[in-house]
Structures are given as C-alpha cells and as structure tokens.
Design a binder for this molecule. Structure first.
Ligand code: PLP
Length: 399
C-alpha cells in the first residue's frame, strides 16, 4: 500500500507506544506500575454524565453547527471572561474533537511547505509531528532546567525568521509542569510585538490543574496588544476527567477560526453533540470536582517530589501545574546495571526501570528532553509510593 509522504515523516506518539508496551507486559501476567498515563485516573463527574444522558433523551443526537453548539460556545466565552477578562465574539470560537484536533486544524489551516513553527523543548510530543504532518518545519528551542524549562526572550528571538508562522506556548506545560509568570509572558510579548507576522498558539489544557497562588496566566490576557494574534486552545479532557469525550476548543482571530471551521466542515462536520452537552455542563456546573481533584493531585505531587528528591542520582523540580514530573536522571548516565548493561541514555534508563522493577515511565528524549524521564502522577498514591521505592532500589543497584 502506498502511504503519503506526510505520514511517512511522522511517527506514532511515544506515549501511545509506551502504553502499548505496558499492555503487552500486563497481558503476560506481569504487574506493571504504570506512570506513563496522560489522563486523570478519576471518573467523569456524575452531573456531567447526567447532562449527556439528558441530551440523548432530548434528541440532541444530530449534527450541530460546525463550530459547536451555541450553549457550549456561550459556556466557553463565559469561562474566558470570568477567568481572564478576555472577551470573544461568536465568530472567534471553534469547538473540535479535543484540543489536539483543534491544534492540528489550526496548523493545517496556516502552514505551507517550509513555514516554521517555534516549539520550546521540552515539548508535548505531538507538536513537532503535527507541524511536520502539515508540511511545516518545527524549530525546536532548547529550554534548559536552569531556565525553569521555559523559553527566554533571547531563545525566542534567536529562533524567529521571516518564515516563522507560530510560536507554540504550552503553559502549564507537559511534561514539565512549568508555567510562565506575568513577567516572563510580558518579556516574550515584547519580542513578539517586534515581529507582527508571528502568531502564538497557546495550549492551556492544564490551566485548572494548578498548585501555586493565583491562577495560571494566559498570554492574551497579559498582553492585550497580542490578543488578535493569539489562538488560545483548551478543553475539558484534563480538568473534568473527560479525555474520552473528545471536546476541545480554540479562540482567537476570526479569519483563523473561519479557516479552522472550513477544515472541520470537511473532516468531522462537528464534534459529538452528546459530548458537547456534557462539556457545557462541566464548564457551567459546580466546580467542586476540580477543587477536590487538584488537592488530590497536589498531595501526590508533594509525595512524589519528596521521594524522587531523596533518591540518589535523581532530582526534579516541583511543577506549578499539570500532573507530570520531569525527573533529571543525568546522574545515572554512564553507570552500569547489576547484569552489566551500561546506561547511556534516558531511554536505557527507562528500559532498565521497566525490566528490573516493572515501573513504566516515558524517556525524556521523546519530549525533546534527553537526560530526563517523565512520571505521571495521575495514578494512586499507593502506586506512586511503591513505584518510587522501586525506582530508588533500581538506582541503588547501579554502579
Ligand atoms: C499539552 C497537551 N495539549 C493537548 C492535549 C490533548 O488534549 P485533548 O484531549 O483535548 O485533545 C494533551 C493531552 O495529553 C496535552 O498534554
């Protein structure tokens, strides 16, 4: 079978590959402690499920407008107004099958061959391949741990060219949990104001899973002069444990939103009517679920950070948001396992954890962060504690 060049230039997501490997090992009867998962381990709240059932019973089972139901669009507008004082007209909102699809369509709508997209590393695995699939060129900017894994104005400036179409800014970020402060966003905005041809795609999918004071910030709100160049994306997957419902959204310049809608009209026509009813209920209903789950994540984060920090050869920064830790394992590189294998890379280290201790993590190179590995703490405290104990045993056995 012939496959198109655009497919051959991308690869399946490494997190999906890791999940597949965990499933295989489990099917062989092994008990794997799985820290690879990128979704909440909670169930969708009952009132959200009830809204979906009510939608089915009310016959809301047909195509909706391409850009989403008026009810869901109103819920999104209200959230952005309340949270960020950002005001969007109806022509500036699109709803799609997950933030992932919205981001993909925004890139498809704007990239021609050779157009560049600045992607700060560590990055969510999908960005570079989404850019490549749409004929663009990802320009990866390394953001070291010493800079808090965040893009600096100098880093941004050095990556911009006449071909730059987008900067992708994921805050709070996957896999680091790092979030930009007001000052940091303003400093990046100063550079962007000098380059009016560059748009910014902000991915704010983890904005509510937030541990620091105040709230996670949005570039469009911090620098209103950029608001008409920012495409803000978000969704309900992570905040409301709704990954399987597939609802995400994007807001921004009307011309871009129209282009995204045109593509959506020729791909999915619209997202699921039932999931949209559920998402509207999630956004407008009681928010106790969010507060409660964030406290659970916070406790897990604190336990995991403490255990990893006590482990020789490993260290990690404390994330401000999200449910991931990016663990520095450079201290283990160059060492040898008890059966004489050399650990030369984060990938070797992740394999060693899986083979020797049945702990599954994702190696950092998958996120553009060699020398690190990612732990998801969207799993029970018991699993996390046992996994960290086993990781410590694995580290102690290195020589
Ligand atoms: C940074 C980031 N953006 C977007 C997504 C996808 O979200 P959705 O389920 O809305 O497609 C994920 C999911 O892992 C993510 O980590």
């Amino acid at each position: 079978m012939h496959t198109a060049e655009r497919v051959r230039r991308i690869k399946p997501s490494p997190s999906t590959a890791a999940a597949q490997r965990v499933r295989e090992l489990k099917s062989q009867g092994l008990r794997i402690l799985d820290l690879t998962v990128g979704e909440p381990d909670f169930d969708t709240p009952d009132h959200v499920k009830a809204a979906a059932i009510a939608a089915i019973e009310a016959g809301e089972t047909k195509y909706t407008p391409v850009n989403g139901t008026p009810r869901l669009r109103a819920a999104i507008t209200a959230k952005l107004l309340e949270r960020h004082r950002l005001s969007y007209g109806d022509a500036q909102i699109t709803v799609g099958g997950g933030a992932k699809q919205v981001i993909f369509l925004a890139l498809m709508a704007t990239l021609d061959e050779g157009d560049e997209v600045v992607v700060p590393a560590p990055y969510w695995v999908s960005y570079p391949d989404m850019v490549r699939a749409n004929d663009g060129t990802p320009v990866i900017v390394d953001c070291p741990e010493a800079d808090g894994f965040k893009l600096t104005p100098q880093g941004l400036r050095s990556a911009l060219t006449d071909r730059t179409r987008w900067l992708v800014l994921n805050t709070p970020g996957n896999p680091t949990g790092a979030a930009y402060t007001r000052g940091e966003l303003s400093a990046l905005a100063e550079v962007l104001l000098e380059h009016p041809h560059v748009r910014v795609l902000t991915d704010e999918i983890y904005d509510e899973i937030w541990y620091d004071d105040g709230a996670a910030l949005s570039l469009a709100a911090v620098e209103p002069r950029l608001a008409d160049r920012v495409f803000l994306t978000n969704g309900v997957s992570k905040t409301y444990a709704m990954t399987g419902w597939r609802i995400g959204y994007g807001v921004g310049p009307a011309d871009l939103v129209t282009a995204v809608n045109t593509l959506q009209s020729q791909t999915s026509s619209c997202p699921s009517s039932i999931s949209q009813a559920a998402a509207a209920a999630a956004l407008t209903g009681p928010q106790d679920f969010v507060r409660e789950t964030v406290e659970v994540y916070r406790a897990r984060r604190d336990t995991t950070v403490k255990l990893i920090s006590e482990t020789p050869r490993l260290s990690c920064a404390t994330p401000a948001g999200g449910f991931y830790l990016l663990v520095n394992c450079k201290g283990a590189l160059g060492s040898s396992t008890p059966d004489g294998q050399r650990i030369d890379s984060d990938e070797d280290f992740a394999r060693y954890l899986l083979d020797s201790q049945q702990v599954a993590v994702i190696h950092g190179a998958a996120y553009g962060a060699p020398g690190y590995f990612r732990i998801s703490f969207a799993t029970s405290a018991d699993v996390l504690t046992e996994a960290c104990t086993r990781i410590a045993t694995a580290c102690a056995a290195l020589s």
